[in-house]
Design a protein around this ligand. Sequence first.
Ligand code: ZN
Length: 84
Amino acid sequence: MAEAKKKTITRFGTRYGRTIRERLATVEAGYRGKHKCPYCSYTNVTREAAGIWSCSKCKAKFTSKAYQLTKPTPVKGLEAKQDE
Ligand SMILES: [Zn+2]
């Protein structure tokens, strides 16, 4: 993991300062690569755009945080609305 973090920030060379480069590496490690799908549990979820994630296994497309995948939260009051 530490090596993967270093890899992404080597493109900046010595520029912009160490702290900022390391913070960026932490963020990039959060959204690059494949993540576990909340629907089919396969590790096939990739980030499409800010907040948009898609699974290539079950073709699910959903929203989450812009730079990191979080567990989907159930919407409160949605069931009550559907009953009306
Ligand atoms: Zn899936």
